[in-house]
Design a protein around this ligand. Structure first.
Ligand SMILES: [Zn+2]
Length: 107
């Protein structure tokens, strides 16, 4: 399962984990704290309600390339591997990110 992550969400998650970005509002900061401390079962539950945030948290915690990917995403440094658009949100598909419209078009 892959979920599109917007540059804004990437920046919020980076800030929570101390890798740059910028702080989210109060609710989102609490949400990220909950996701950061959740076990996998509870993180999956939170992810049903907030899929993009959960995908970004999982990426930054468990994917060795997660920080670099989110930093590129937050800075607008990612372009779609199909249409080369830079607007996002982007879905991680291996090393070839796709924008959400292209990703849906390929399904
Ligand atoms: Zn595209």
């Amino acid at each position: 399962m892959s979920t599109a992550i917007s540059p804004e969400i990437a920046a919020h998650v980076l800030a929570h984990f101390g890798h740059g970005g910028y702080e989210a509002g109060s609710f989102t900061r609490h949400l990220l704290s909950a996701m950061d401390t959740a076990d996998p079962a509870n993180l999956a539950r939170l992810g049903e309600a907030f899929p993009a945030y959960a995908a970004a948290v999982v990426g930054i915690k468990y994917d060795p390339e997660g920080v670099a990917f989110l930093q590129r995403l937050a800075s607008g440094g990612i372009t779609c591997a199909n249409c080369e658009g830079g607007d996002g949100p982007f879905v991680t598909v291996g090393t070839s990110p796709l924008c959400e419209p292209c990703h849906q078009g390929r399904q």
